[in-house]
Design a protein around this ligand. Structure first.
Ligand SMILES: *Cc1c(COP(=O)(O)O)cnc(C)c1O
Length: 443
């Protein structure tokens, strides 16, 4: 792209000081594989020094060199209220005084379950676990246990955590690092995994007519978030619902990102399509490690101790995590909160679009509520293949241009950025002004 004059004054005169992050990263690389505990954090897709964060407040995160950033990573989704939300932080601190873990049932789990069941029409009973990965792993086991069938259907570019059987054409870090699937997963484990393209009803119909009677479940992110954000085409989810009903296959929605993000009741509420089982995570932990899966009483009663499907967890329903989840979900019931998120997110998307157009950079923004992806792609992005045609090198440059100027977007093209309730109009405006400059920087 040709650099053009921006109306904005560039405040970035000197390169950012990242000495402390750099030094920590060197130490970390000696001690942790890649210096990180989750691959995309290592900046492999964008290069440069991963920023080591030390604290955060509201919509801002601060690194070890005291650089401050407007945060659109939101810890990959959980921080919908922003960081250190008063009621969440206070509740967690108090809970810590009462005990960190009991290994017994608690009142908190009952309350959290009430909140989840109230938010989702399709959930009458829920089981809490410790991560999204655990939720999807367990939901698949439950589906197989209920149906007595082994095969599972997933979508190319869908990511459901690092579940062995699902690390086939998976999204998120696997796309970023160009891995068709992970080493260490035996062929026998993925032999029962069938993959279809997203947003392609015909491919779904073909798969169901081929092996519908052998399928335990179709597991899908109703709004794809891990090939970058891709919304379902009109009627697509309804078609999947019908196919599942026709072939007695359980429809599992992985709403680990979308649950409580696009609406209290997730994508199911937004599109009016019910799942048989729903996987949750991220927001329901309010920043602490939590996952959950739920569905009708009839389905969930197949779980031990009531039924034959075993699944357990030493720290499941942990009082701190549950407290953070309760405080977060309760705060989300504030009237108008989702409308405000929509408004802010719409103005951010519009502003980014204009900024790119002004700079002559071709992008496509996919957005549902407060989750969005800026694809460096001139064409519409409707599935994994489309997403793959994005200019990841341009994304990397844009990422660094933004980072240098105090805006933290996800360090890879195929991820979602999130607006939180702590973002204000000023933060959005500042982000757009920054983007006006960033888009002109030799992309
Ligand atoms: C993040 C994510 C997961 C995995 O959750 P973890 O807590 O990282 O194990 C599963 N599904 C989706 C859609 C996700 O975005």
């Amino acid at each position: 792209m040709k650099p053009q004059k921006s109306s904005q004054k560039d405040t970035c005169q000197q390169p950012q000081q990242v000495q402390a992050s750099k030094q920590l990263y060197q130490q970390a690389c000696n001690l942790l594989p890649g210096g990180v505990n989750s691959p995309v954090r290592a900046f492999g897709a964008v290069g440069g020094v991963p920023r080591f964060m030390k604290k955060a407040k509201g919509c801002r995160v601060i690194d070890q060199d005291d650089n401050e950033y407007i945060d659109y990573l939101a810890s990959w989704g959980p921080m919908i209220l922003g960081h250190c939300h008063e009621s969440v932080s206070v509740a967690v601190a108090r809970a810590a005084q009462r005990g960190l873990s009991f290994g017994t049932p608690t009142k908190l789990e009952v309350r959290m379950a009430e909140l989840v069941c109230a938010a989702f029409d399709s959930i009458e009973m829920v089981r809490f676990v410790n991560s999204g990965t655990e939720a999807t792993t367990s939901a698949i086991r439950l589906a197989r246990g209920i149906t007595g069938r082994d095969k599972i259907l997933k979508v190319a570019g869908g990511y459901h955590g690092h579940v062995d059987a699902l690390l086939v054409q998976a999204g998120s870090g696997l796309i970023t690092f160009g891995l068709p699937s992970s080493a260490g997963v035996p062929k026998s484990v993925t032999a029962d995994t069938v993959v279809i393209p997203y947003n392609d009803p015909e491919a779904a119909k073909a798969a169901f007519s081929q092996c519908g009677e052998q399928l335990a479940c179709l597991l899908i992110e109703p709004i794809a978030g891990n090939m970058g954000v891709v919304q379902p085409q009109s009627g697509y989810l309804q078609t999947l619902r019908q196919l599942c009903d026709k072939h007695s296959v359980l429809l599992i929605f992985d709403e680990v990102i979308t649950g409580f993000r696009v609406a209290m009741g997730g994508a199911q509420q937004l599109y009016g399509v019910s799942a048989d089982l729903t996987c949750l995570g991220k927001i329901i932990g309010g920043g602490l490690p939590v996952g959950a899966y739920g569905g009708s009483r009839k389905l969930m009663e197949h779980l031990a101790p009531l039924g034959p499907v075993y699944q357990a967890g030493t720290l499941s329903g942990n009082p701190l995590a549950t407290t953070a989840g309760i405080a977060t979900v309760e705060a989300l019931t504030e009237p108008g909160l989702y409308d405000r998120l929509e408004e802010l997110s719409a103005s951010l998307a519009q502003g980014l679009k204009s900024a790119a157009a002004q700079a002559g950079v071709q992008i496509t923004i996919n957005r549902v509520g407060s989750m969005m992806t800026v694809f460096f792609n001139a064409d519409p992005v409707m599935n994994y293949q489309d997403a793959m045609r994005s200019d990841t090198a341009a994304y990397a440059k844009f990422f660094h241009a933004m980072l240098q100027r105090g805006v933290y977007i996800p360090p890879a093209q195929f991820e979602a950025m999130f607006v939180s309730a702590a973002h204000q109009k000023d933060d959005i405006d500042q982000t757009i002004a920054t983007a006006e400059i960033a888009f002109t920087i030799d992309l």
